[in-house]
Design a protein around this ligand. Structure first.
Ligand SMILES: [Zn+2]
Length: 144
């Protein structure tokens, strides 16, 4: 058999498509033929590169690069500030409307109390997460 035939078997060997007898045959040839051995090593290397690439989800890399952009961080921080400001305004408005007004309805008071408690929990968790990840954030230096 010539090398051309073995080249096809080498691909099959790497893809685990050969039976035991074929594996034996191609391995014997690989131990004798340096050219096919080089081809085999080359294919193995490329296959490993392909496999190691798929270990990392492409969207992870895209998202990481996205959050590294200064604009992304600015937009996220600005959005957070706006949410907090809006939240405080709504709380102040709800407080004067439902709690200070003697005619304020019970439903409004319950809604406001729920809103405040829920907000405190969400902001509290976000704050704790920020403080704990801040210490270990690998991009801390890039931020500033
Ligand atoms: Zn050969």
């Amino acid at each position: 058999m010539d090398c051309e035939h073995y080249r096809e078997m080498i691909s099959g060997l790497i893809d685990n498509e050969l039976n035991a007898e074929e594996v034996n045959t191609v391995n014997q040839h690989l131990s004798r033929c340096t050219e096919c051995r080089a081809e085999y090593d080359f294919l193995i290397e490329n296959t490993e590169q392909l496999n190691s690439l798929s270990f990392r989800e492409p969207q992870d890399v895209v998202m990481q690069n996205f959050w590294r952009l200064p604009f992304s961080r600015f937009a996220r921080n600005a959005g957070l500030v706006l949410v907090v400001i809006g939240y405080l305004f709504l709380v102040a408005y709800g407080f004067t409307t439902f709690f200070l007004d003697p005619e304020g309805g019970l439903v409004g008071k319950i809604a406001l109390a729920t809103f405040i408690i829920g907000g405190l929990i969400v902001f509290g968790i976000a704050l704790i997460e920020r403080l704990t990840t801040y210490k270990t954030d690998p991009y801390k230096e890039i931020d500033r």
